[in-house]
Design a protein around this ligand. Structure first.
Ligand code: G6P
Length: 215
């Protein structure tokens, strides 16, 4: 969702930066953004605390995660359909017209809120609740839950991701992966588009058929 459907990916890192500055007076380098993308709030916090070489109690960890979410939610105050990434509303509308089922497999617990505010909820047959998933991305669990919710096998599906952890999750689940972003970010995907505006259904169908037929 973040960075694929809605222009919210950078807001997560902006919130982590604010949290680190306010609580520890520290700055976070750009390269940490890629490492925190796609993974859960608590896994992201662990990555950041590791970088800062700071150890905190369980209670403080919980408070920091909660505070980050408050900062992030404040950034979402004006969230509207304008934040749907280029081409994505048309792309999902087209999928639905073709009778293709869609599921959201985001690590974000703010997923339903963001879909609602951007007017995208109605395009989804299923939304996986990440709080019910034991192992987050890069483990395959969340994508396997999505395929199960659609009553499809992984082979019948294609997943769209902007994060390394997400591509790894798709691969582990045996689902054809489409990456959105630079080669550095999602170069491991089966097919890559530089940005959402470049996504082309025919290319996606072609790579899916090629991989599925050879499997
Ligand atoms: C997305 C983002 C991650 C974020 C995760 C959890 O996958 O890419 O950067 O940590 O969601 O989001 P949440 O909204 O639950 O804090």
């Amino acid at each position: 969702m973040d960075g694929v459907l809605a222009d919210t990916a950078s807001l997560h890192f902006k919130a982590w930066r604010k949290l680190a500055k306010e609580n520890f007076g520290r700055s976070l380098p750009d390269e940490l953004e890629n490492k925190t993308r796609g993974i859960s709030r608590s896994d992201s916090l662990s990555v950041i605390l590791d970088y800062l070489e700071i150890t905190v109690s369980k209670a403080k960890f919980h408070r920091l995660a909660e505070e980050k979410n408050q900062i992030y939610r404040n950034f979402l105050t004006d969230l509207s359909p304008d934040e749907v990434l280029p081409g994505m509303r048309d792309f999902i509308t087209d999928l639905r017209k073709k009778g293709i089922l869609t599921a959201l497999a985001s690590a974000s617990q703010n997923g339903p809120f963001i879909l609602e505010r951007t007017g995208l909820s109605k395009y989804f047959n299923a939304i996986v609740d990440p709080s019910k998933i034991e192992a987050g991305k890069p483990a395959p669990d969340i994508y396997l839950a999505a395929t199960a919710a659609l009553e499809l096998s992984p082979k019948e599906c294609v997943g769209f991701e902007d994060a390394v952890s997400g591509i790894q999750s798709l691969k582990a689940a045996g689902i054809v992966s489409v990456g959105i972003g630079s080669d550095h970010e999602v170069g491991q995907a089966d097919l890559r588009f530089s940005s959402t505006g470049d996504i082309n259904f025919d290319d996606v169908e072609e790579i899916w058929a090629e991989i599925t037929n050879n499997a």
